[in-house]
Write a protein that binds this ligand. Structure first.
Ligand code: GLA
Ligand code: ZN
Length: 656
């Protein structure tokens, strides 16, 4: 495991570089990411490049034995470029160009911007492509599916639509524009969905625009990747992901790069509500699932964050080590901390790094140093990976479509995924989060929540999985929409009816109201948000409603289909239901369960095929103790033990 830091040499006096690099090396840092915002320093005026300072910086890191991940600085074009070419500025949904002087204000579809972006990329790669200190390249920074409304994006969107749908008539049909006299009589009438109120916009148009913007971002990464690979075929490429209002389709975004990077900011204030989202383990598993292999953290929480919003609490003792090793436990082989020093100028001066404004290393820094020391003892983990017997399906399309049209108060796509994830985590099981088109054949159980928007290949994938003997769980709001985000004219859950052996006669979006269901064993659980009233065809009831006019109607069903089993959960419950339900599924499918894990303790296993390493992380503020079935060796302190004692945010790794 490698530990790194994000560093901004352009923000510090050059006299500090050596001193910083020396301390990094002494602390045990192995990797430094630099440069992703430094365009104005690298190209101070059009076509004149200044690499002298970057030569010095890279030389210094090389001298101290640190490797560099070099950022392609296209997130922040210099102001001279905006001044000369104002048409490259991104336009907001208010149709007003974004003010320069912040960041990410370029339109990635602008041909002029692309010419400049490719040129600076090419220059950087020519200069450093064969430099052994530069071991990887990060394209841009935290890319989003930018809903830019500039003239170029409008033109491109229309072109994209006509390319996909062939004729204007087809677009009208696909969008169902007969509603509200929305029929297009010319292509020029098609515009990004910027109308107010947002909820009055055509959902078909909204989803197509999201797909378009997401594809544009992926195409942008591809174009810059090609420039880099042309100059340096062996270059290792990445870009760093985050969740945002415009989260792109990660499966497409990372297609052309070598590895996934994620910016990981777990919460420093833990919720006291037991139903609240529990852990960043979910996000980490999602990142690993993008390429189905280990990934890196390119930014990791190091201190109180703030600036855009009020500052968050500072990480509690244990969090810097604990969250760092938690990332490793879920497949992050390199964890780069954001950032070495806290900025003293600019909008992010209160996004704290490891070293505070005073420049004097303090508590968080020393904990980070401890993490570096621990990481240096974990080389045995380097060749291990995570093999899971359970998977949860994450679909960017379904997520976005459900954001366009919220289904009930409190109803959230991501929350349903997390609830299932949390249930598997309660039993210490590894879980993959994968795309709807992923190969599912290796999993004993697959959860496919809210398969809202139909996609032929994904539906076939689910059928195939069950036909071949898999155990599948589907949930409410599946099979509702066609590819155009319009409603199917068939009994719900339409294409999945045969698979689940039941149909929905009616539904009740109860929102925040709470009702109850009773399972086959007489256990009662609270349900909320949504109630599908089911009628069985070939399925059996797993649980029934206990209230109202659909009392005694099935709420959860189980259907044997070919060699497999398909469950359907028609409502949304609280964690106790998912724990019980997932527990039963694990028992039936033979996925081992660790019982009685203290709340907040996360257990994952990494393997190299010969040895298994079990990671224990206490993601809570209460000390925890776990009895092992037999004595095992901790690879952290090389001492055998049959009991794991964990402090708040404490960690242990044992060889099985
Ligand atoms: C993101 C960005 C960084 C910085 C941090 C602050 O992850 O990539 O440049 O803004 O947030 O927390
Ligand atoms: Zn644009």
């Amino acid at each position: 495991m490698k530990i790194g830091v994000d560093y901004y040499p352009e923000q510090w006096d050059s006299s500090m570089w050596s001193q910083d690099a020396e301390l990094m090396a002494k602390t045990g840092v192995k990797t430094v990411r630099i440069g992703e915002f430094a365009w104005s320093r690298l190209e101070p005026s059009d076509g004149s490049f200044d690499f002298s300072w970057l030569d010095d910086v890279i030389g210094i890191f090389s001298h101290f034995g640190l490797e560099v991940v070099l950022g392609i600085p296209t997130n922040c074009p210099p102001l001279w470029l905006y001044e000369a070419h104002p048409e490259i500025i991104r336009v907001g949904s208010d149709e007003i160009p974004i003010q320069t002087g912040i960041r990410a204000h370029r339109c990635i579809n602008s041909p002029v911007f692309m010419t400049y972006a490719k040129r600076i990329t090419e220059q950087l790669v020519r200069r450093y492509g064969s430099n052994p200190t530069v071991t990887a390249w990060q394209i841009d920074n935290e890319l989003e599916a930018y809903p830019c409304c500039c003239d170029e994006c409008r033109r491109k969107f229309r072109e994209w639509l006509i390319d996909k749908h062939d004729t204007l008539e087809n677009i009208n049909r696909a969008f169902g524009t007969s509603v509200w006299s929305g029929e297009y009589t010319s292509l020029s009438q098609i515009a990004p969905p910027t109308a107010y109120p947002k909820s009055w916009q055509n959902p078909a148009l909204c989803l197509e625009f999201y797909r378009f913007t997401s594809e544009c971002t992926a195409a942008y990464v591809k174009e810059l990747s090609m420039v880099i690979r042309r100059e340096c075929p062996k270059a290792q490429l990445t870009t760093n992901a985050c969740f945002s209002e415009n989260t792109p389709d990660f499966y497409k975004l990372f297609n052309e790069v070598d590895f996934v990077s994620y910016d990981n900011y777990p919460p420093t204030r833990l919720s006291t509500d037991p139903e609240a989202h529990y852990s960043h383990a979910f996000e980490l598993d999602l990142m690993r699932g993008i390429k189905g292999r280990n990934f890196r953290i390119m930014e990791q929480l190091s201190g109180s964050t703030g600036g855009w919003a009020a500052m968050s609490p500072t990480p509690k003792p244990g969090m810097i080590i604990g969250y760092g090793l938690q990332a490793l436990a879920h497949g992050a082989d390199t964890v780069v901390h954001f950032r070495w020093r806290t900025a003293v100028t600019g909008a992010e001066m209160f996004c704290h790094g490891l070293i505070d404004h005073s420049g004097i290393p303090g508590r968080r820094f020393y904990e980070f140093a401890e993490l570096c020391k621990t990481a240096s003892k974990l080389s045995v983990i380097d060749t291990t990976e995570i093999i899971s017997e359970a998977a949860i399906i994450y679909s960017p399309d379904n997520n976005y479509a459900l954001e366009i049209q919220p289904q009930a108060d409190g109803f959230s796509y991501m929350e349903q995924l997390r609830m299932f994830h949390k249930a598997f985590a309660r039993y210490g099981a590894n879980v993959d989060i994968v795309s709807p088109d992923a190969d599912l054949s290796g999993y004993k159980a697959v959860i496919a929540p809210e398969m809202f928007v139909y996609k032929k290949s994904s539906a076939e994938n689910l059928y195939r999985y069950v036909i071949n003997g898999g155990t599948l769980v589907m949930t409410n709001r599946s099979g509702v929409k066609d590819q155009n985000n319009n409603c199917f004219t068939d009994t719900l859950p339409t294409v999945y009816r045969e698979l689940i052996g039941a149909e929905i006669t009616e539904y009740d979006p109860i929102g925040a109201a709470e009702q109850t269901i009773v399972d086959f064993a007489g256990n009662k659980f609270v349900c909320r948000q949504w109630c599908d009233v089911l009628r069985l065809t070939t399925a059996k009831a797993y649980a029934e409603y206990n209230d109202g006019f659909y009392r005694c109607c099935p709420a959860v069903t189980m259907n044997r289909y070919c060699s497999g089993v398909a469950y359907y959960v028609g409502t949304v419950c609280k964690s106790d239901f998912y724990e019980s339900f997932v527990g039963n599924i694990m028992r039936q499918t033979g996925i081992p369960r660790l019982k009685g894990l203290p709340a907040g303790v996360e257990v994952t296993t990494r393997t190299n095929g010969l040895d298994d390493f079990i990671f224990f992380f206490n993601n809570s503020e209460t000390p925890a103790s776990i009895r092992l079935p037999k004595a095992m060796y901790s690879i952290i302190d090389s001492i055998g033990r049959d009991n794991i004692e964990l402090k708040p945010f404490g960690f242990d790794i044992v060889r099985k």
